[in-house]
Structures are given as C-alpha cells and as structure tokens.
Ligand binder design. Structure first.
Ligand SMILES: CC(C)(COP(=O)(O)OP(=O)(O)OC[C@H]1O[C@@H](n2cnc3c(N)ncnc32)[C@H](O)[C@@H]1O)[C@@H](O)C(=O)NCCC(=O)NCCS
Ligand SMILES: Nc1ncnc2c1ncn2[C@@H]1O[C@H](COP(=O)(O)OP(=O)(O)OP(=O)(O)O)[C@@H](O)[C@H]1O
Length: 279
C-alpha cells in the first residue's frame, strides 16, 4: 500500500511539475510575437515577466489538486468531471488574480492545463499507460457537450469567448479541449521534431500555432482581420524559413496593431507537456 501511494505521489508530482515547467518555459521563450517574453511585454501594458512568474507560483499547487481530483473521482463518468473540477478551476483563477492584482495572466492556461492534469490523474488511477493520444481522448471525453451547454445555449454573452461565439461562431478554448486538442494534434505535434534545437522547436511550434489556431484573443483585440493578419504572417514565415530576426520583426508588427496570440501561448504549454509522453 505504501508503495502504491508513493508511486502515485511521484506521478502526481511528475505531471503537475511538467505543467508548471511548461508555463515557465513558455514565458521565458523569446522572441514571442505580441506576447510577454524576457525582452519585452509584447502587446500588453499591464503585464511583464516577473508578474507571469508570480502567477505561475500561485497556480502551481492547484495543478497538483487537479491531478488528485482526477485520481480520486476516476470511477465517475468522464462527462461529470468538468463540473467536479470547476470550483477548483475558479479557485485557481482567484489565486492567479490575487497574485497579479487582478491581471489575467493565465486564465486560458489554467483551463487547458487543469483539464490535462485531471485527465492524467484519471488515466493513472485506471492503471493505464499515459500516452498523448490517451490524454487528449480523456480531455475530449470530459468536455463532451461543452460547446452546446455553454456557447450554443448562451443567451447573454458576458466573456470574450461567449461574445465571439455569438458573433463569429468561434469556439475558442472550449472548442480546443472538446476536440481533444485537435489544433495541436493536427498542426503542431506531428512537426515537433522538425527542429533539433529545443528553443527553435518551441518557437517553430508557436509559429505553427499562430498560423493555424483560431485564437479568440486575436479576434477580441483585432477582429477577424487581426486573426488573418497573424495567420498569414506566420504562414509566410513557415514557408520561407525563419530566423529570430523575423520573429523580432513580427513582434514589432503585432505590437503596432495591439495583437497578442495568448491562446497559442497556452497551447504551446500544452504541447510541451504532451510531448513528454509517448504517442
Ligand atoms: C472557458 C474559459 C476559458 C472561459 O473564457 P472565455 O469565455 O473568455 O473563453 P475563450 O475561449 O475566449 O478563452 C479564454 C482564454 O483561452 C485561451 N484561448 C483562446 N483561443 C484559444 C484556442 N483556440 N485554443 C486554446 N485556448 C484558447 C486564451 O488564453 C483566452 O484568453 C475559462 O476561463 C473558464 O470557464 N474558467 C472557469 C474556471 C474553470 O472552469 N476551469 C475548468 C477547470 S480547469
Ligand atoms: N506569454 C504570454 N503573454 C501574453 N499572454 C499570454 C502569455 N501566455 C499565455 N497568455 C494567455 O493570454 C491570455 C491573456 O490575454 P489578453 O490580455 O489578451 O486577455 P484579456 O485580459 O482577457 O483581454 P484584454 O487585455 O484585451 O482586456 C491569458 O489568459 C493567458 O492564458
């Protein structure tokens, strides 16, 4: 019994630590067009790197909680899990807002990583092998019907995501989790090892996300034109081959337009965690 408890503790530590590390690598990664990085604050006047690090410190204990909830409730139907973990998600958001004096540094990241850690907890409690496919499938199962429940039946849109669903049919972070991270599985994970250098690998993954992810952050700041500007720009760079100077220039262009691909930054952290597991 003690042995089982110890190994469970180890895997809980493993996935939650991977998730926190992925958030740290994401924010340090430089240059990231429009996003907060180690050189500048991108298109954000209320955030900087130290604020992100404080936010990650506040979020980290909750990542263990998500994993533990997944383990504890592993016999419950997958579809009931989001309702079970949401109070923890909201408490985690509050801890983040407390650490940042009300600035939204990681709302999207908490949502996606919270679900990922919960999925991992369930898989480990079922004594199944932890794979990328298995984690994505479990996240999709836990969020089945989410778009219908929270977006299609939304009468009075309040959040940016709800407004953009009504205006453009965009499903944002909810759509990505309900599809089991389809954008990642289709456009990012298969290309991960195209680059040998770990830093270029992450920057290339971010560029691929900016090229293909229907990021509601971009639309909420710059409309559909803003989204298309970033997608076309990223696709051109991927086609011609890119150097860091190209990303620095893209950063200047996005800052000039007040555009920030925050959803793609969140998905980069998810990709980093997923790639730690076998396919
Ligand atoms: C569902 C959430 C994201 C609501 O936000 P909103 O309605 O504004 O949705 P929206 O889709 O626009 O996304 C919010 C954030 O997600 C990220 N995001 C945007 N687009 C995408 C995308 N295509 N893919 C992934 N993430 C995205 C961005 O960081 C954005 O700021 C979430 O904040 C929420 O419900 N929070 C409560 C806490 C909770 O329930 N957590 C669940 C347990 S972890
Ligand atoms: N390095 C990063 N820089 C900026 N945003 C990031 C970064 N990493 C992740 N994000 C994501 O971007 C989101 C913040 O984007 P944004 O500031 O546009 O949202 P907002 O506060 O809802 O809107 P606004 O600032 O336009 O009022 C966070 O929820 C976070 O998950």
């Amino acid at each position: 019994m003690a042995g089982i408890a110890h190994s469970e503790l180890l895997s809980a530590a493993c996935i939650a630590t991977l998730a926190a590390d992925a958030l740290r690598s994401e924010v340090w990664l430089t240059p990231k067009p429009g996003l907060v990085d180690s050189i500048n604050n991108g298109s954000h006047c209320d955030m900087d790197l130290p604020l992100f690090l404080r936010s990650i410190d506040a979020i980290t204990p909750w990542l263990y909680q998500f994993y533990a909830l997944g383990q504890q409730d592993f016999l419950q139907p997958a579809q009931s899990m989001l309702m079970r973990i949401r109070p923890t998600g909201i408490a985690c958001e509050q801890a983040m807002f407390g650490a940042t004096q009300g600035v939204n540094t990681h709302k999207g990241g908490i949502f996606s990583l919270g679900l990922l850690c919960t999925a991992a907890g369930r898989i480990s409690a079922h004594r199944q092998l932890m794979t990328r496919r298995g984690i994505c499938r479990e996240v999709a199962a836990m969020t089945q019907g989410l778009i219908e429940r929270e977006l299609q039946s939304c009468r009075q849109p309040v959040t940016a995501g709800e407004r953009l669903f009504v205006a453009h049919g965009m499903t944002g972070a909810r759509g990505e989790v309900q599809s089991g991270f389809l954008t990642l599985r289709r456009h990012v994970l298969p290309y991960w090892y195209q680059e040998n250098n770990p830093e270029r690998r992450s920057l290339n993954a971010l560029l691929r996300l900016m090229a293909y992810n229907p990021d509601t952050n971009l639309v909420s700041r710059g409309g559909l034109n803003g989204l298309h500007f970033v997608q076309d720009y990223a696709r051109r760079l991927l086609k011609k081959g890119w150097q860091k100077e190209d990303l620095q220039e893209m950063d200047r262009q996005l800052i000039a337009r007040h555009l920030s691909p925050g959803g793609s930054a969140d998905l980069l952290a998810i990709a980093t965690v997923l790639m730690a597991f076998p396919p």
